[in-house]
Design a protein around this ligand. Structure first.
Ligand SMILES: [Zn+2]
Ligand SMILES: [Zn+2]
Length: 89
């Protein structure tokens, strides 16, 4: 099956199993196309702004990686857990 590269319009051969997924002749074309049309791809990297539960730092996270408690890193997580522990005791 043949399809046209979204970026350079060149005919590309695609396996039927990859027909829906394949849109470019090369990774270079993919990069070029996405950088020319950033808005069309913004949904792919839609991140939410949240705050670290320990230090309040702003964090950009994908919805799939937002939890009940969120931290910038392991250190913040441990520190916060220590703090909670100390207020309970
Ligand atoms: Zn191309
Ligand atoms: Zn933090």
């Amino acid at each position: 099956m043949f399809k046209k590269c979204l970026n350079c319009n060149k005919d590309i051969y695609v396996k039927p199993s990859q027909f829906e997924r394949k849109k470019y002749c090369s990774r270079k074309c993919k990069g070029e196309y996405q950088s020319k049309n950033p808005i069309a791809f913004s949904h792919l990297s839609k991140k939410k702004l949240i705050h670290c539960d320990n230090c309040g730092n702003e964090l950009q996270r994908k919805p799939s990686s937002i939890f009940d408690k969120n931290y910038c890193n392991k250190e913040c997580k441990y520190e916060h857990q220590r703090k909670i522990g100390s207020t309970i005791n």
